[in-house]
Design a protein around this ligand. Structure first.
Ligand SMILES: [Zn+2]
Length: 180
């Protein structure tokens, strides 16, 4: 992955699918936090492309009872890493994606303002595939090299910045896989 590149905030090796659920960062240069999430739709099921539908406001509420509860949410992340390791980008990194919600990192609120959000296709318990960890590790290294304010230790889970409200990426997520 040493040949992966970012141009105009877009990872050139990712598939790009535009999400309307994004806006301008208060300071587009302040990209200083990486937030890891997990998602699967329906919960616990992988594949199917429903995360892409959710992030593009096209999720069909008739397909599953859970979809009826969430299909009107306006959410997104910068990246989704599927079980195969395939990467999809929804929002350029210099724009604000809507993934963290009410949150705080080291006393600073509204983490979406200054964070990049990465969704892993997994559950709290499943952990990720070896390919997902490999790709994520490469992307973290690339982002740290590309964005000067992003320190290597500014890597957190959603549950770290929204404790009591969020549990992802969960106990199954192996942080040790990201060690350089
Ligand atoms: Zn999350």
């Amino acid at each position: 992955m040493s040949d992966w590149t970012i141009q105009n905030g877009v990872l050139q090796q990712a598939e790009y699918i535009h999400s309307p659920n994004a806006d301008v960062r208060p300071d587009p240069n302040d990209i200083s936090l990486l937030v890891i999430h997990n998602i699967s739709l329906p919960p616990g099921q992988f594949g199917g492309g429903h995360v892409q539908s959710l992030f593009t406001n096209t999720l069909n509420p008739e397909l599953h009872p859970f979809f009826r509860e969430i299909y009107t949410l306006q959410v997104s992340s910068h990246l989704l890493i599927e079980r195969s390791g395939k990467v999809i980008q929804f929002v350029p990194f210099h724009q604000r994606a809507w993934h963290a919600g009410k949150s705080a990192y080291k006393g600073r609120e509204r983490c979406n303002d200054f964070a990049i959000g990465i969704e892993m296709e997994s559950t709290d318990d499943s952990g990720c595939t070896a390919e997902q960890y490999r790709v994520l590790k490469g992307i973290v290294q690339l982002l740290v090299e590309h964005y000067p304010l992003l320190q290597p230790d500014a890597l957190v889970g959603h549950s770290d910045i929204a404790p009591g409200r969020k549990t992802d990426p969960g106990a199954g997520f192996d942080w040790g896989q990201l060690q350089v």
